[in-house]
Design a protein around this ligand. Sequence first.
Ligand SMILES: C[S@@+](CC[C@H](N)C(=O)[O-])C[C@H]1O[C@@H](n2cnc3c(N)ncnc32)[C@H](O)[C@@H]1O
Length: 241
Amino acid sequence: MPSTDESNMFTGRIGEEYGFLAVICPNVAILIRNLGAAVAAWKPGVAVRGLEIGCGTGLSTLSLLSQRENLHLRALDASPAMLTQARDNLSDYVAAGRVELIESDALDFLRRQPDVSVDVVASNYAIHNFHNDYRERVFAEILRMLAPGGLFANGDRFAHDDRARHLASTQAAVLRWFDAFAKVNRLDLLQDWIVHLLSDESPDHIMYRAPTLATLRSLGFGDVRSIYSEDVDMLVTATKH
Ligand SMILES: C[S@@+](CC[C@H](N)C(=O)[O-])C[C@H]1O[C@@H](n2cnc3c(N)ncnc32)[C@H](O)[C@@H]1O
């Protein structure tokens, strides 16, 4: 498998019309707010070198930067279409030198970084998109880069471990999407999101809860826990000992 994750669909129409994410993930605003709050609560008062993986249009980046003043962030994304929007949405923070936006594949970028060079790694709704092997390599690189005591916080789509429950949740989501996209006559976008969902749900990509938390623990992360959970949306934090 190449290091680059070629399943990224945010380079096309989905990325250009990202406002529809709230339809796809009704809890996204809460997840994003809680991600920023978790980073703000970590060692308050200490200046933080942060890294965000898959910053997209900058929604999660805004939450991180606005809730923690002494955070300097490098925010990366592989999609130029998403980063163009992020540059607009974060222009004040870019001008103030609080954030650097980086166009890169996540794993390629992480591999080029020195050991113990970051205090906090955050991500929202990006890592579930990754191929399972690629995801595990990304987790290992995050651990390598984090300083001792450093925080990893990931808000994301985590599949229910109970297969029947997960299927029911996915079916309910698809029904909701048909209603919402048909109402605004955007079956073109619905088509893209369904294709995207099939990738997320495929055996090579699906991110089940318990195995993912177990992987983090087996790689060496400590204090691995879920601090928010609503249906498939969950915020996980972990620290480096
Ligand atoms: C659903 S969006 C989430 C964006 C943002 N974090 C938010 O909460 O709104 C997922 C983002 O991950 C990025 N992404 C997916 N695979 C990636 C990879 N391998 N390397 C870097 N970015 C990636 C996509 O381009 C997309 O912008």
